[in-house]
Every structure is written in C-alpha cells, then in structure tokens.
Ligand binder design. Structure first.
Ligand SMILES: [Zn+2]
Length: 111
C-alpha cells in the first residue's frame, strides 16, 4: 500500500485524540471544540501537531495523555522562562507533579 503525502493546507489538520479508543485522527480545527470520535462517538479533544500517538496497546501512555489533556496540556510547546522548551513528562507518575509545576501554562478549554 502506498502512502501519499497530503500537502499542507492553509487551514491545516490537527490531531484529535480519543483516549477511550486509544487512537488519533486528523481533522480541521473546530475552534477549540472537540470532535466526535469516529469509532465511539465520544468527544475527542484536539491536540497540537507535535503530538505523537502512543501505540493503541500502550494503555499506560494513553492514561498519561488523558491526564495531560484533562489538565489543559494539549502538547503545545512552552518555555521554562529560561530559554528552553519544557519537555513533556514520560510517565503518568511524572505527569502528576508536572501539571502542578506548569499549571499556569495550561490551556483552558471546554471539554
Ligand atoms: Zn473513541
């Protein structure tokens, strides 16, 4: 099966993620509103393009993704105030303290 590169379009496609189905799909942004998951129909929030979806079998990573999104971290990049980008946490355990540390960088959105 050949994969064709889709040319970047000006509106742009963003990944939307469903942490219940553990998959992501690309759609144009809809303001900040979630879009229904094509599999389960539940609202799937959008995340920034830098997001890399974990494997569907990697439940622990998806729980971390869910946790980060719930706390307003949509895989946008932000600085640490000293000229470096803040690295996203590797594990859910790390994420629990991380979201408190960077709480003022969270994006407010209606889930
Ligand atoms: Zn779903």
């Amino acid at each position: 099966m050949s994969r064709r590169r889709v040319p970047a379009n000006p509106g742009g496609l963003f990944p939307f993620v469903c942490c219940d189905c553990r998959r992501s799909f690309k759609r144009p942004l809809n303001g900040v509103a979630p879009r229904p998951c094509p599999l389960c129909g539940r609202p799937a929030p959008w995340v920034h393009r830098k997001f890399k979806a974990p494997k569907a079998t990697d439940v622990a990573q998806w729980e971390k993704v869910r946790f980060l999104i719930q706390h307003g971290f949509l895989f946008h990049s932000f600085g640490d105030g000293r000229g470096h980008n803040v690295r996203y946490p590797e594990t859910l355990k790390e994420a629990r303290t991380w979201v408190k540390q960077w709480a003022d960088k969270a994006i407010r959105f209606e889930a």
